[in-house]
Design a protein. Structure first.
Length: 241
């Protein structure tokens, strides 16, 4: 059970005096969220959420699971929320969406030697063998445009498969693609092509409607994000990545 005694206002933010630990689920998705070699969670969405709950003085815990399991567990109320997620009509039945905490520029990552590939808008993908991570909400753009794609089971499979030319290009946020490429020292072997007719995607925390007082938690979260944005704290976190 979640206990919250709402008392007073600080900087326009109503704070819970006491709350049990909140649990947030995520999948491996750098630079938004990932596990460091020392076992600690990191990434700019992780750090934003940590900053919010440090401000609110509420204990939290992060658990990493494959994305499909993240969604199922959060839907059923086994966790307070999941991130980094996108608001969709289909998800409205199960989740309440926070204010955005980060954004993604969608694009195609290709091997640099594929000079024949020129991509700038969605229709340029129609005649390509595109790879995309199975279960990612951003795949809706491909589905709606009737662009077939190869389903990659896990993000960690994507870059080895691209290197082995299992597909022409990887459809993924360029923030994530550039970060993973840099981590693996392969940036100089790749080209990153933004798809200009897809707007940047806002990523949010999706609060489970099965978690007690989810609406109040979401409101507290949004107010804290506004305060941290005004203070420059969130920009400082993003700048580190």
């Amino acid at each position: 059970m979640f206990y919250a005694l709402l008392l007073g206002v600080s900087l326009g933010l109503v704070r819970p005096v006491f709350a049990e630990k909140l649990v947030f689920l995520a999948d491996h998705f750098p630079p938004y969220e990932f596990i460091q070699s020392n076992g600690e969670p990191s990434g700019f969405d992780v750090e934003v959420i940590q900053a919010v709950y440090a401000h609110l003085n509420i204990p939290i815990e992060f658990k990493f699971r494959p994305w499909k399991r993240v969604v199922v567990m959060t839907k059923s109320g086994q966790a307070t929320g999941m991130f980094s997620c996108v608001s969709t009509v289909k998800r409205e039945e199960f989740f309440e969406f926070s204010t955005p905490i980060s954004y993604a520029t969608l694009g195609l990552t290709v091997k640099k030697n594929r000079v024949d590939l020129k991509v700038s808008i969605k229709k340029d993908l129609l005649n390509l063998n595109v790879g995309a991570i199975s279960g990612f909400a951003s795949n809706r753009h491909l589905i709606d445009a009737k662009i077939p794609f190869f389903k990659i089971p896990l993000l960690e499979n994507a870059f080895p498969m691209l290197q082995n030319e299992r597909f022409d290009g990887l459809y993924l946020s360029l923030e994530s693609a550039r970060f993973i490429a840099a981590e693996n020292n392969i940036s100089d072997r790749l080209s990153f092509m933004p798809i200009t007719d897809i707007a940047p995607r806002p990523y949010r925390v999706c609060f489970s409607k099965k978690w007690p007082n989810y609406h109040e938690l979401k409101e507290q979260f949004d107010q804290a994000v506004a305060i941290l944005q005004a203070s420059g704290k969130i920009a400082e976190i993003h700048d580190r990545y």
